[in-house]
Design a protein around this ligand. Structure first.
Ligand code: GLN
Length: 290
């Protein structure tokens, strides 16, 4: 007879050497198969595991050993306290991207209703949805727009918006960055974007990344193609006094400063901000009030 405690120990042992987070991965996978929460596993660790579940757990461990990210195996990932459905059509939300939410919500405190927010390249929808949910909770009047070039990604984002009950306040639009907004006069209080910024052919990537959509990760030989495009045109879509928050790679602070520094400095001002690990992570670009 196998208890939950036994299966956790056994699964962790099987994953160690294959994952840096073997225990956490084991808990997430076992919890998923048993239909329990991680804390539930610990609370019930002396209980027997249904023998039918053991081969299912074994299968998932094998996928993890083959480097498939846990988020794709279980089909969801937590971001800013909410669970998001993820499939291989979307990038798995990263904790460092929460910086854009924190700063974005802080900036929106200073803006007047009705607020207009854009998430450019929304993927799973995590940025748009977390921001929308927070604004709803604060009873603000707002509309969020979320664009993506991938219809498959937008499907996932729509599913997530429904799951978190903000589908009525987010408009999802298929768009190559700003292309679908070009002929509108929409100007936003806040624009957030986590574009692809990894250099093509970069060796500096984990085997897990091979499971993620290339279009969400790679951007030209220097990793700056999307950032260049976004930085050049983003201020056209900001209200005076509005801000764009754009995620960047930890080694791109200098290159991104140069791109933003080449803009007309009587119209914009900018800063590079660091994440909690102390790495350059975000361009904050303000359209100067007229
Ligand atoms: N931060 C991600 C990584 O390190 C890249 C995400 C992105 O390109 N936006 O893999």
């Amino acid at each position: 007879m196998t208890t939950i405690k036994d299966i956790l120990a056994d699964s962790t042992a099987k994953l160690s050497g294959h994952s840096d987070t073997a225990r956490l991965d084991a808990e997430l996978l076992v919890a998923h198969v048993l239909g329990m929460s991680r804390s539930g596993l610990i609370a019930h660790h002396d209980e027997q595991v249904d023998p039918n579940c053991i081969p299912v757990i074994e299968k998932l461990l094998k996928r993890r050993i083959d480097h498939e990210p846990v988020a794709y195996i279980v089909g969801y990932k937590e971001f800013y306290g909410l669970d998001f459905v993820v499939t291989p059509d979307v990038l798995i939300p990263r904790p460092e991207t929460e910086l854009l939410v924190e700063r974005g919500l802080e900036l929106l405190e200073q803006c007047e209703d009705p607020l207009l927010v854009l998430d450019c390249g929304t993927g799973s929808g995590c940025l748009a949805i977390v921001i929308a949910k927070n604004l709803s909770d604060k009873k603000r009047a707002y509309q969020v727009y979320a664009t993506d070039i991938s219809e498959a990604a937008l499907e996932v984002a729509r599913t997530n918006a429904k799951k978190h009950k903000v589908n009525d306040s987010i408009k999802f639009i298929e768009s190559n960055w700003f292309s679908s907004l070009k002929n509108t006069d929409k100007k936003f209080d806040l624009i957030v974007s986590n574009p692809p910024y990894v250099a093509e052919g970069s060796m500096d990537t984990s085997p897990e990344i091979k499971f993620e959509p290339e279009g969400a990760l790679y951007s030209g030989r220097d990793g700056l193609e999307a950032l260049r495009m976004i930085i050049e045109s983003v201020s056209n879509y900001l209200k005076p006094g509005g801000t764009a928050l754009i995620e960047i790679g930890s080694d791109q602070g200098r290159a991104v400063s140069e791109l933003a520094g080449a803009l007309d400095q009587s119209c914009v001002s900018y800063q590079i901000k660091k994440d909690l690990a102390g790495h350059d992570r975000m361009l904050e670009l303000l359209r100067v009030a007229e």
